[in-house]
Design a protein around this ligand. Structure first.
Ligand code: ASP
Length: 314
């Protein structure tokens, strides 16, 4: 085990493979503990974890809350509608409030790429990026990797097809960084309007149709069509989108026979994924992704808290 060298977890871009592997190993042990029902531990006793969410979330916020509680932390959820941010408080004023509360671990979601990084320069707490704009969502990619590893026994040399709205997806970006670092072959499959310019420079293979993009894939990762981040009409209609880029049984049959199907949620059923595929227990690991989310977040909190102890306030 190699000591995680950072105070925060803001992005996976540039994180060295041994640290990723360590986080996944620790998360695997938490997954087993969670399944055995022995979850109450006091590793974070006396520590304060604040979930600061400027954007909606169901899975991420709940699983950070559960992870913090299972490790014994005092967990507080702050959502924008209840906080002073709506009354005009700036992000940096919020930071001084959090410092005054002696927050130890701060989980931040924000619509602006880079907001958690900005906060990390101003708060005493260890900051975890829980999704910032279209930039990164590191714990999602870690939980995706753990789920893949549990099913395939490894990450190296797998072909992973990431399909759909890559342009707006922080999930896609974090996954591309992690999976490439772990020597997966990463494909992105999307219409040109839903791909970032020069996406090839991220080291991925680009496909504009599901037929060729899914051929012989080990993992099919679907992304939500993020209408809230679209300024104009980037897709003709939901029906048309489903016809060409929605995952159904016929398209899935092009992937390897044992390919697994993933989705970070929330799903637009009938838009990017057919319910028959999403709910097929033989292929879909979407429920397991949520389960692994708690284990991964426990591993991240555990890891960052070890560095907190080293830098403990007097
Ligand atoms: N829940 C994920 C995120 O926050 C994926 C999504 O919203 O589509 O990025």
């Amino acid at each position: 085990m190699v000591a995680y060298p950072h105070r925060h977890l803001l992005a996976l871009q540039g994180l060295e493979p041994p640290y990723i592997a360590d986080l996944l190993d620790l998360a695997e042990s938490y997954a087993l503990l969670n399944r055995s029902g022995k979850t109450q531990r006091d590793l974070l006793k006396g520590r304060t974890l604040i979930n600061l969410f400027f954007e909606d979330s169901t899975r991420t916020r709940t699983s950070f809350e559960l992870a913090g509680k299972r490790l014994g932390a005092d967990v507080i959820n702050m959502s924008v509608s209840q906080s002073s941010v709506n009354k005009g408080e700036t992000l940096l004023d919020t930071a001084s409030t959090l410092n005054a509360m002696h927050c130890d671990l701060l989980v931040v979601r924000h619509a602006m790429s880079g907001a958690p990084a900005l906060l990390s320069q101003k708060v005493d707490a260890a900051v975890i990026n829980a999704g910032d704009g279209t930039h990164e969502h590191p714990t999602q990619a870690l939980l995706d990797a753990l789920t893949i590893r549990r099913h395939k026994g490894k990450l190296e040399n797998l072909t992973v097809a990431i399909c759909g709205d890559v342009l707006h997806s922080r999930v896609a970006r974090s996954n591309i960084h992690l999976l490439s670092a772990m020597n997966c072959r990463v494909r992105v499959v999307a219409p040109p309007t839903l791909l970032p310019s020069e996406v090839e420079r991220m080291g991925v293979e680009v496909f504009h149709d599901m037929k060729s993009g899914l051929r012989d894939a080990d993992v099919v990762m679907m992304l939500r069509l993020q209408k809230e981040r679209m300024a104009g009409g980037l897709v003709p209609s939901a029906r048309e989108y489903f016809r060409f880029f929605g995952l159904d049984g016929a398209k899935l049959s092009l992937a390897k026979p044992d390919a697994i199907v993933m989705h970070p949620g929330p799903m637009n059923r009938g838009v990017e994924i057919d319910s028959a595929v999403a709910d097929d227990p033989a292929r879909s690991v979407i429920g397991e992704q949520v389960e692994m989310g708690v284990a991964v977040r426990m591993a991240v909190l555990d890891t960052l808290s070890r560095n907190l102890r080293r830098n403990a306030r007097p």
